[in-house]
Design a protein around this ligand. Structure first.
Ligand SMILES: *[C@@H]1O[C@H](CO)[C@@H](O)[C@H](O)[C@H]1NC(C)=O
Ligand SMILES: *[C@@H]1O[C@H](CO)[C@@H](O)[C@H](O)[C@H]1NC(C)=O
Ligand SMILES: *[C@@H]1O[C@H](CO)[C@@H](O)[C@H](O)[C@H]1NC(C)=O
Length: 378
């Protein structure tokens, strides 16, 4: 995690916004529709058909809510004790309950579940779950995984060789989405070329990035476009209490360019579930971010979330996830550790907050000021 964060911070540096007016004029000249119109059309389609969302300009459609598989095989969450059969069975139950409830989009990464002794690779686990289930019945799953842009990996070839190893672990001949996990310290052009190669070879059906700021996102989009490959997604930290993508231009750029924003930490490490209060703050590393002072400032938002949720028969977690799906062009991927969590996440689908409720929650969230989050993107 430490390395990931260092690299993510390095990648977030610097931003120069290209002249917006120039692009808009160009679009008008070419008779193209405004990106806002495109984004709202996309949002309007959700719920009309099978409730799937297309990933950017790709051919891949995924469920409105995906399941993050980062905790599968991981040992840090479990107090560094070994990944064992009990945990394996819990993760497998989370997978099965997700499928049973029509949530068929899973997000993993080559680095999940590999950092520490006793850990098991998340891709291998996910691949095993898919295989086992497919022996019983035909299932329709969409798998997203990620390339680790480690400083010693260079060039387009490194992307293809890492991808092939991921596919081996997953036991699949292709994945629906392959993402650069974070911007590299250098050599990003090579990585993007590698993504395009993988796409052309049919090893991936869509390509994406993760933790990219606006400038990097625009550059990546332009480079892939030259190869005729749509940049389908940017996966970033986004939730009601971490609305940095709204503030740093990333969300607006995604909407403008037709790139789906995949939201990780959508319930902010459980904080939006309402399980912590000023009297009962989290312990461990989370205690530094979610202090009693922060939790006090959070109360008005949490109270309103509970009230609104009550009127739909939903709990705060389900409201926080639904709020994200209401942003249009956003797919949250909460991490499901067990069956009951997956069941809970499924309850975030099949209904919709009103536009007024969405905006009311956003403005209550804006009131929570003066809180230092560990990573502030530019
Ligand atoms: C990890 O250990 C802490 C302190 O001993 C305990 O409060 C917590 O519940 C443990 N977490 C898990 C997932 O076992
Ligand atoms: C995502 O945001 C949360 C705040 O909700 C923060 O605690 C967490 O560290 C962030 N995660 C990453 C990987 O940036
Ligand atoms: C499932 O995981 C959540 C989050 O860690 C935990 O609070 C809950 O007790 C677990 N449920 C079961 C049935 O193990």
């Amino acid at each position: 995690m430490a390395l990931l964060q260092v690299v993510a911070v390095a990648g977030a540096a610097g931003c120069c916004v290209p002249a917006l007016d120039e692009r808009q004029r160009g679009r008008r000249r070419r008779g193209l529709r405004s990106p806002r119109a495109v984004a709202s059309d996309a949002a309007a389609k959700v719920g009309e058909d099978d409730g799937k969302v297309r990933l950017g300009g790709s051919s891949v459609a995924v469920t409105k809510l995906g399941i993050g598989a980062w905790s599968w095989g991981d040992t840090t969450y479990w107090n560094d004790s070994e990944w064992d059969d009990r945990r394996l069975n819990e993760a497998k139950a989370a997978f099965d309950v997700s499928i049973d409830n029509g949530m068929t989009f899973f997000d993993t990464a080559e680095v999940y579940g590999t950092a520490l002794m006793g850990a098991v690779n998340s891709e291998s686990l996910l691949g095993g779950f898919i295989k086992e289930r497919q022996q019983k019945e035909q299932i329709d799953v969409a798998v997203a995984t990620k390339f680790a842009a480690l400083p010693w990996r260079f060039g387009r070839g490194s992307v293809l060789s890492a991808l092939k190893k991921s596919l081996d672990r997953l036991g699949l001949s292709s994945v629906e989405l392959y993402q650069l996990h974070w911007p590299g310290l250098w050599g990003n052009e090579g990585y993007l070329d590698g993504l395009a190669d993988a796409y052309e070879q049919g090893l991936v059906k869509a390509v994406g990035v993760s933790n990219y700021n606006e400038k990097r996102l625009r550059d990546a989009n332009a480079r892939l476009k030259k190869r005729g490959v749509p940049l389908a997604a940017n996966q970033v930290n986004y939730s009601l209490i971490y609305r940095t993508p709204e503030e740093n231009g990333v969300k607006a750029a995604c909407d403008e360019l037709g790139i789906t924003l995949i939201a990780y930490s959508p319930i902010a490490q459980g904080v939006l579930s309402g399980k912590y209060t000023p009297e009962n703050p989290p312990t461990g590393p989370r205690a530094n971010t979610y202090t009693p002072e922060f939790l006090t400032k959070l109360q008005p938002l949490m109270n309103r979330i509970k009230e609104i949720g009550g009127s739909y028969g939903k709990n705060p977690t389900q409201v926080a996830l639904n709020w994200l799906t209401c942003q249009g062009n956003v797919v949250p991927i909460p991490g499901a550790k067990n069956a009951s969590q997956a069941q809970e996440f499924a309850g975030a689908l099949g209904w919709r907050l009103t536009g007024d409720e969405v905006e009311e929650l956003r403005s209550l969230a804006r009131e929570i000021k003066g809180i230092k989050m560990p990573i502030e993107e530019s």
